[in-house]
Design a protein around this ligand. Structure first.
Ligand code: 9MR
Length: 346
C-alpha cells in the first residue's frame, strides 16, 4: 500500500477517535483492540449513490466484502470479456479507508454467467472444457486481485444440509475433485491469500459442518492449501440460537485452520419490536463471542449493516430488520451488543 494511503487512513481513524467520546468510538477502533477485523458486505450501487452509506461504511468497518461484484456473472458477463470496474472500485474504496478486502466468491452454483450455464446445459461446453474454464476463471480473478485480498471464499455452499455434496453443475460435470483443484489453482495465483470454504447453516455442530470438518481434514492431510472455514451466520430468531458454536470453531482451530464469520445477519418476522430486537442482539453477540473465544478467528463480517440495503426482505417474505441499523442508519440494540463484545476483547 502506498505511504500516502497509509497516512490518510491513519488520519481518518485518529480523526474519528479524537472527535468521538469513548462510547462513540466506531466498531473498527474497538475491533483493532480485540485483534479481529470487523467487516461488512458492500452494495456497490448504494456506495455510489448514498453518501451516508459511504461515510458509515468507512467509519465503522475495517474489512469489506463485495456483496455481488466479485461473483462470476459480474466479472465475466460475456465469455472471455472481463469487467473488473465495480470490483476495482471497491478495492480502491477499501485502500482509501485502510480496510482489508475479503474475496467472495470464486466457485458457486449461483450467479454464474448465462453463457456458462447454457453451454453446459446444451452440451456445447464439455466436462473437460468446463474444467479448463474453471481453472482460467480462478487463475484470472485471483491474479487480478493478487496482494489485495486477505481471505478468499474459494468454494461457496458446496454441501447440502444433510452433509452430502450439493448436486451442482460442478459435481455433475467434474466430480468431487473440483474442490481440491479450486484451492490448488487459487493458491498458485496468490500464495499469500488465506483460502476459505464458506457456507450457511454451519454455525453449530451438525451434519453439514461435520462434512466440512471431514473434508478440511482430508484435504489438509493431502497437502491441499485450504486454510480457513467461513461460517456465513444467516440466522433468524424464530429458529433459536444454534448450539455448540464455540466447540465447532474450536475443532477447526485444532486442525490449524482459521475461521471467520462471513455474512452475519439475524432476521425476524416483521414487525420488529423491542423484545425481538433484544433477542436479535444476543444472537449477534453470541456469534461474536464465539469468534473472540477462538484462536484463529480473525474476522467477523456482517452481510450489510443497514436494513435500507439488506437482501433479507426480498427473499424471505414478511421477514427483515436483520442488520445492525435500521433503514435510517439508526443503531439497534444489536449494534450496542457488538460494540460491547468488541470492547470486552478476547
Ligand atoms: O446478498 C446477495 C444478494 O444481493 C444476491 O441477490 C444473492 C444472489 O444469490 O446473493 C446474496 O448473497 C449471498 C452470498 O453471496 C452467499 N451466501 C448467501 C447470501 C444471501 O443470499
Amino acid at each position: 500500500m502506498p505511504a500516502a494511503v497509509l497516512v490518510s487512513a491513519a488520519l481518518l481513524v485518529t480523526g474519528v477517535a479524537q472527535t468521538a467520546s469513548a462510547h462513540e468510538a466506531p466498531l473498527r477502533t474497538l475491533a483493532g483492540r480485540a485483534d479481529v477485523r470487523i467487516g461488512t458486505a458492500v452494495d456497490m450501487t448504494a456506495l455510489a449513490e448514498d453518501s451516508t452509506y459511504r461515510r458509515t461504511t468507512a467509519r465503522e468497518f475495517n474489512s469489506v466484502t463485495a456483496e455481488n461484484v466479485m461473483k462470476w456473472e459480474s466479472v465475466e458477463p460475456r465469455r472471455g470479456a472481463y469487467d473488473w470496474s465495480k470490483a476495482d472500485a471497491l478495492v480502491r474504496f477499501a485502500r482509501a479507508h485502510g480496510q482489508a478486502v475479503r474475496g467472495h466468491t470464486l466457485l458457486w452454483h449461483n450467479q454464474l454467467p448465462s453463457w456458462l450455464t447454457t453451454g453446459v446445459a446444451d452440451g456445447s461446453i464439455s466436462a473437460a472444457e468446463l474444467r479448463g474454464i474453471l481453472h482460467d476463471h480462478i487463475t484470472t480473478e485471483v491474479k487480478h486481485f493478487k496482494g489485495e485480498i486477505y481471505q478468499w471464499d474459494v468454494v461457496n455452499e458446496v454441501f447440502d444440509d444433510d452433509g452430502t455434496l450439493r448436486n451442482s453443475i460442478w459435481l455433475q460435470q467434474l466430480g468431487p475433485s473440483y474442490i481440491a483443484d479450486a484451492f490448488r489453482w487459487a493458491h498458485a495465483a496468490d500464495p499469500k491469500a488465506k483460502l476459505f470454504l464458506n457456507d450457511y447453516n454451519v454455525e453449530g455442530i451438525n451434519a453439514k459442518s461435520t462434512a466440512y470438518y471431514e473434508l478440511a481434514s482430508r484435504l489438509r492431510a493431502e497437502g491441499v492449501p485450504v486454510q480457513g472455514f467461513g461460517i456465513q451466520g444467516h440466522l433468524g430468531i424464530q429458529y433459536g440460537f444454534p448450539g455448540d458454536v464455540s466447540d465447532n470453531l474450536a475443532r477447526f482451530a485444532e486442525l490449524g485452520m482459521q475461521t471467520a464469520f462471513t455474512e452475519v445477519d439475524v432476521r425476524m418476522i416483521l414487525p420488529a419490536d423491542a423484545e425481538k430486537l433484544a433477542t436479535q442482539a444476543t444472537y449477534f453477540r453470541g456469534l461474536l463471542d464465539a469468534c473472540l473465544a477462538t484462536r484463529g478467528c480473525k474476522s467477523f463480517t456482517v452481510w450489510g449493516y443497514t436494513d435500507k440495503y439488506s437482501w433479507v426482505p426480498g427473499v424471505f417474505t414478511g421477514q427483515g430488520a436483520a442488520t445492525l441499523m435500521d433503514e435510517g442508519f439508526v443503531t439497534k440494540p444489536a449494534y450496542a451488543a457488538v460494540r460491547e463484545g468488541l470492547a470486552s476483547g478476547r
